[in-house]
Structures are given as C-alpha cells and as structure tokens.
Design a protein around this ligand. Structure first.
Ligand SMILES: Nc1ncnc2c1ncn2[C@@H]1O[C@H](COP(=O)(O)OP(=O)(O)OP(=O)(O)O)[C@@H](O)[C@H]1O
Length: 543
C-alpha cells in the first residue's frame, strides 16, 4: 500500500508475529509499520475478533484507525482508543459492577477535583493521598473506590489501577479478552504509566501478542506519572520480546537530524549534507518583540516559497503563557492549539457537548460521529437509533445564541440526567466566546499552527520556530532555598522535549531566544540563552 519501499528493518518488524518492542526515532515510520502489521493481522481473523490499538491521544487513535481502514480494509472487531477510554469502556463499565459494587446511577468518570465536596469527605484515604498512583494502591483505596462507585463516579486518575484490579480478578473479563482480541498494540510506550505497563504484561500472560512502540528520547510526560523505564524493561527481556529498531529519519532534513542526534551524543556520526538548516536567532526585546519578528520572518518564508501554506509552519513554545504573547502580537494568520476546555473535563457530558458543537460547526462531522460518542457511554438498542438521531439533529441550524440551550437539552435527553451547574456554565462560556468556539470549528488550511512543545508530539511541519530558549524557562529551573547552584526541574525530560520540538521540522528549524524575557508576573528579566545552546558537539551544525 505504501508508495515507497520499506527498509529492511521495517520489513522485519512487519513480517514477525512475535511479541515485540519497536524502538523508533522521530519520522522513522513507526506508525507506517504499525498500520501495515495491523492490516496484515486482521485479514486472518474471524469477524468476531480484532486487535487493540492504544494511542496517546484521541486524535492519534482516529488517525491510526483511518490509516488502517484505507482501501476498505475490514478491521473486524478491533478497538482503537486512548488507554483511559480503553480501561473505561472495555474493562470498568462492562466488568466493574460485580467487583466494585452496584451503582445507583449511570457511572461517570471525573477528575478528583470535580467530585462534589460532600463526597470528597467520604473518601478520606484518596483525599489525603499525595504519592504515586501505582497498581498496588488499589487495596488501600478499595473502600473509597467503592464509595465513589456507589455514588456514580470513577476517578480518571484511578482508571488504570481499577482496570488492573478487575482484569486480574475477573475470569469473565479475561475470557472476554482471550475470545475477542488477538493482539495489543501500544503506541508512545515511553509515556506509559505503571498501571498501563502492568495491563500490557497481563494481556501477554493471557495469550495476546503484545507490540510496544516508542522512543525513550521522546519521553516528555514524566510529570504525569509516565516512565521510560517501562519500555526499557521490555527490551531487557529478549526471551519474551523481539527488539526491532527502526532508526532512519525520513522526515527531517539531514542537518536537522544531525543537530537533534548530537543533543544526546556529542560525538555521534553525522549524515553528510551540504546545507545547514538549523538556525539560531537572537532578537532584541522580550517575547512580545519576538512575536513581531517571527511574523516578519514567516512572511519572508512564504514569499520565498520555502513552504506554500501558513499551516505548514509551526510555532512551538515551552509554556502556556507564551501562547498569550503570540496571540497579542502575531501579524500572520494563526491558530492556537491550546487545551480544549471540554476535553480537559473529559466526562460523558462534556465529551457529548464537544461532539454536538462539532456536528453543528464542522460540515463533514456527521451525525454518526455524535452517535459514536454516545455509545462510548451507554448501550443503544437498534430501535432507539431513530429517536437518538432526531434528538441530536435539534442542534442543526441553531444560531449561536440558541446553541447552549439546545446542547444541554439534547445531552439531558440522551443520558437521562440533569446537567450540572458547572457544566452549564462551561458550555455557556464557550458559546459566547469566539476564541473558545474555534476549538470545535474546522481547521483553516492557511493558518500558522501555534502550540506548546508537549502538544506537538507526533506532528510535523515544513518550518518550525522553536521559541522560549531561555535559561530558567527551557530547560526549566527551580529555586532551591539557600542554594545558588543551578537546579533543573528534570534535565532529561526537558532535553527530550527540545528534541521532540526540533524533530517536528521537515525543512528548516529556527531556534529562538531574545535579550529579555517576561516572566509569569509579566516582569521583564534578562533573557540569558538556554543551556541547550552550550551542549558539546553542536558547533558547525547551525547557522
Ligand atoms: N521506508 C520509507 N521510505 C520513505 N518514506 C517513509 C518510509 N517509511 C515511512 N516513510 C514516511 O516517513 C514519514 C514519517 O512516517 P510516520 O508518520 O509513520 O513516522 P513516525 O515514526 O510515526 O513519526 P513520529 O514518531 O515522529 O511522529 C511519513 O511521511 C511516511 O510516509
């Protein structure tokens, strides 16, 4: 299906049906390999079976599914989704009740912060806990988890812990997975948490084939409990997992690959190239001046034909506050990809709100896409579908002023519940704010894409402007009382993030700093360049 020839390493990973770890550098075609493996595998499965594909984001899972489906490939009973969604819809909802206790109402997934205060008082162990969230914590939390469940809640933070408990304790659950799925593919394994890693191992115990894909150098979510040691622990078991390494970067210009590789190894071999396309720029002024200068530079890039569309240019920043500065001063068409407020809440109500907004605002978002969201949370009988479609279509043609009322009415009708005041307030705030509404509108093909480095994982651009390369900011430093030494928050993770940012660039990567910087209180500070500029081995690799 690919319009290029697979490399021998890619071919070997595709051909083998064994448990495996695929470690892959940026742009090496790991998604391409996974797609090919899944497409080959499903062909030999009966209709009632499939594979499980776990990705880091909803966007990535939609893309993976689309790519696997190409050419009318029948994916049979395969599952594609994020680990949270997988734990909820495949383990906790169908098998939780028998182990955790019956709930008085439909169970809803919430963050701890969103649990009503009176209920928080009834879960003292969870409320007072500040340590790691690992599978072993289940027995300590058991009573509180049951209390929450009885009141109709599961905690987003505990989905992995609960899923492990259920999968280990429920034979019905184990039989279900053995019967329905042949393999489990986990992308971005370097950002797995301990509960996710334990689930993966359990599925292998149950006889499913496991394929873990990742790159320790792209591990950037340690602050959320992820740990690259889990993928390393898999490669340390060669009797269980074949280790396939695919390490030719097909995305970046060789000079960008050279610069990014030298971040980790100052003496590594360089790929030959007669042009340097990594540039270091230092501007006068603060981030506000930088935003103006970058705008001018983007105009020049478009005029010179280095890329043919604003949307192929990415501006990547370390912190959310930098998005504000860009928003104030950028003079080219742009779109900021910051947190979608409904996705942050991530409950059945807010996910349905988002789906309904998209149905109203995006032409090719279909009613079936909304129904797909609904069936993630409730069972819909065939005879109920007509009614469901009628309810959902109420949102079509609604003016912005009427949108919020329609969305609340539809959601209450579908889930047979009363939407909470805080969810009502949220949808109201979105419907009256054109900037927030943009999250649910089609992407304009001609806007520069602006986002944090974390959000850029998995994406690629012709030209990348990597901002915020200041001491204190990136690598992030922390103040240690009484010490004048330099203390980094987490040097390895910061370096990985820098690496992820640089390797998003296909043609040019521009590393930007400036003489001054604004801090969180908007005070002007000296803008000393990032320590990353002083790493050994980079001389001659940038202009
Ligand atoms: N053997 C190959 N020859 C040429 N191009 C390839 C080859 N394999 C993959 N590609 C191309 O390289 C690009 C990157 O592939 P893909 O998106 O699968 O990479 P990835 O490893 O998932 O990237 P990342 O992890 O950085 O997001 C794609 O445009 C893909 O078509």
């Amino acid at each position: 299906m690919a319009d290029f020839k697979f490399t021998p390493d890619q071919d070997a990973a595709i051909a083998s049906r064994a448990n495996m770890v695929i470690t892959a550098c940026p742009g090496s075609g790991k998604t391409t390999v996974v797609v090919e493996k899944i497409r080959n595998e499903v062909q030999s499965l009966p209709d009632y079976k499939g594979v499980i594909g776990i990705t880091f984001t909803v966007k990535a899972s939609k893309e993976l599914k689309q790519r696997c489906k190409k050419g009318a490939c029948d994916l049979k009973s395969s599952y594609f989704g994020t680990i949270d969604h997988f734990c909820l819809s495949e383990i906790i909802y169908p098998f939780g009740a028998r182990l955790i206790g019956h709930s008085s109402s439909a169970v809803e997934c919430k963050l701890f912060d969103e649990v009503p205060q009176n209920l928080k008082e009834q879960i003292p162990t969870i409320s007072g806990y500040t340590g790691d969230i690992k599978t072993g914590i289940y027995s300590t939390f058991e009573q509180d988890i049951k209390t929450l469940y009885k009141n109709g809640y599961v905690l987003l933070e505990l989905l992995g812990v609960m899923a492990n408990h259920i999968l280990n304790a429920s034979l019905a659950c184990q039989n279900y997975f053995r019967a329905k799925y042949s393999s489990l593919y986990v992308d971005e394994y370097q950002d797995s948490s301990e509960p996710q890693h334990m689930l993966f191992l359990k599925f292998i115990d149950l006889g499913l084939t496991g394929v873990a894909v990742g790159d320790t150098q792209q591990s950037i979510y340690a602050w959320r409990g992820s740990n690259p040691e889990y993928i390393t622990s898999l490669t340390a078991q060669p009797d269980v997992f074949e280790h396939h390494i695919i390490n030719i970067n097909h995305r970046c210009h060789p000079s960008i690959t050279n610069y990014s590789n030298r971040l980790f190894n100052p003496t590594c071999d360089l790929i030959s190239t007669d042009e340097i396309r990594v540039h270091r720029w230092s501007y006068q002024g603060t981030q506000l001046n930088v935003s103006e200068q970058v705008s001018d530079s983007i105009q020049r890039i478009i005029e010179k034909g280095i890329t043919d569309s604003y949307s192929k240019i990415g501006i990547l920043v370390r912190n959310n506050i930098s998005l504000e500065f860009l928003e104030q001063k950028l003079k080219v068409p742009f779109r900021i990809f910051d947190e979608d407020p409904l996705a942050v809440r991530n409950t059945r109500i807010t996910n349905l709100f988002a789906s309904l907004l998209r149905y109203r605002l995006i032409e090719d978002y279909r009613i079936n896409d909304v129904i797909e969201t609904v069936v993630r949370y409730i069972k819909v009988q065939e005879q109920q579908v007509v009614n469901l479609r009628r309810l959902i279509s109420d949102v079509i043609g609604k003016e912005y002023g009427e949108l919020e009322e329609s969305i609340i009415k539809i959601s209450e009708g579908i889930f047979d519940c009363v939407v909470s005041d805080s969810d009502k307030e949220l949808i109201h705030n979105i419907c009256v704010d054109s900037k927030l509404l943009k999250h649910y509108m089609p992407i304009n093909e001609n806007e520069v894409q602006v986002m944090t480095l974390h959000k850029s994982k998995g994406l690629e651009f012709d030209v990348v402007y990597h901002l915020d390369l200041y001491d204190w900011v990136h690598p992030k430093r922390r103040v240690v009382q009484g010490s004048w030494d330099v203390h980094y928050d987490n040097w390895e993770q910061e370096l990985n993030l820098h690496f992820v940012g640089i390797t998003r660039a296909r043609k040019h990567c521009i590393l930007v700093t400036s003489s001054n910087r604004l801090n969180y209180q908007h005070q002007v500070k000296n803008g000393n360049p990032s320590q990353f500029f002083d790493l050994p081995g980079l001389e001659g690799l940038y202009t």
